[in-house]
Design a protein around this ligand. Structure first.
Ligand SMILES: Nc1ncnc2c1ncn2[C@@H]1O[C@H](COP(=O)(O)OP(=O)(O)OP(=O)(O)O)[C@@H](O)[C@H]1O
Ligand SMILES: [Mg+2]
Length: 308
């Protein structure tokens, strides 16, 4: 499918709740998870969460953009690490009677795996909480960095800064190498760390060809019944990553981004205590946010691919 096909299929109104004729086993902040026998149907809604609160207003088509972007990256990273997708998505939808076009575009049929209890964050630039921590202490998640780095500056090497995976309603906490390793086991931990760094480097290089900087990102992994490591959830989307346009990048100041920073900035300008329910979003904030998600997918897909 081309970018134009995807853009043409986006709904006018945000789709916040999803019905499907399968048992619902969980509802995340963004995704609904249905059981399909031994597989799962992972459906991205148009819900938007900020500061871990699900906002009342969604972004029309955001779930489709997230799913299509994840599929784009899964297809290109399968040589680095196995992922949770069943081999032929269209055939899986057909076989299971999933005919609705909107639902197909926002869904993935995935292997049901055991999610590891850590979030695998990789940072290549000093942004967000990484910059806040460095400015205070010269280190990020226990990793000491060279002195004199500026906000948004590229790090000498990408760093792996895992966090706990908090239950709904609470925030993920950074953990150091030793604790993360003890949480998942040292053999698995070194694989997770190596895969995360390899995925980040690949994503960074491909994003750069598309005129974007991948500043940082978060991966989730699961294990299969044989203990094999598998990339799950979403991958390298604007919800899980911080992307900046390359052309306005300048170390020393916070770049505009393709992620929901735009919404966060709007929310920070209000006197909201960051407890549910969140404030309603003005139409221009919804439209601008939608344009950011579209621009990120357009940047990646609307150009010829390098041939291997
Ligand atoms: N293949 C898989 N097998 C089992 N669980 C999975 C698989 N892929 C993703 N998941 C889980 O499904 C959920 C996806 O829902 P969603 O992204 O809305 O989660 P969330 O963690 O509540 O939100 P957020 O991403 O904003 O932190 C996550 O808990 C993720 O760990
Ligand atoms: Mg998630």
């Amino acid at each position: 499918m081309t970018f134009a096909d995807i853009e043409a299929a986006l709904p006018e109104r945000a789709i916040i709740s999803i019905e499907a004729p399968f048992p619902r086993i969980a509802s995340g902040k963004v995704r609904e998870i249905f059981e399909l026998g031994d597989a799962l149907l992972l459906v991205a809604t148009d819900r938007l969460s900020a500061f871990d609160v699900i906002l009342l207003d969604g972004i029309p088509g955001k779930g489709i953009l997230l799913t299509q972007m994840s599929l784009w990256w899964f297809a290109r990273t399968s040589g680095i690490i196995a992922n949770h997708l069943l081999a032929d998505q269209e055939a899986e939808f057909d076989r299971r009677g999933i005919t609705d076009r909107d639902l197909r575009l926002r869904s993935m049929v995935v292997h049901r795996l055991r999610p590891l209890p850590i979030e695998c964050v990789v940072r290549g630039y000093l942004a967000g909480s990484g910059w806040t921590s460095y400015a205070k202490s010269g280190s990020v998640c226990g990793i000491t960095l060279p002195a004199g780095l500026r906000q948004a500056e590229r790090l000498p090497e990408p760093i792996f800064t895992p966090t706990t995976k908090a239950a709904q309603g609470s925030h993920d906490e950074p953990i150091d190498d030793a604790r993360a390793s003890a949480t998942v086991g040292s053999t698995l931990y070194s694989k997770v760390k190596a895969a995360s760094l390899a995925l980040y480097r690949f994503g960074h290089d491909r994003a750069r060809e598309a005129g974007m900087i991948l500043a940082d990102t978060k991966f989730e992994f699961g294990t299969d019944s044989g203990g094999g490591l598998v990339l799950i959830d979403e991958v390298l989307t604007p919800d899980s990553s911080r992307y900046w346009p390359s052309d306005s990048y300048e170390p020393g100041r916070s770049p505009p981004s393709y992620d929901k920073q735009f919404v966060r900035d709007h929310l920070l300008s209000l006197s909201w205590d960051q407890r549910p329910p969140g404030p309603r979003l003005p139409r221009e904030v919804v439209n601008k946010t939608r344009e950011k998600y579209l621009a990120a997918l357009r940047g990646l897909t609307a150009r010829p691919e390098p041939t291997a």
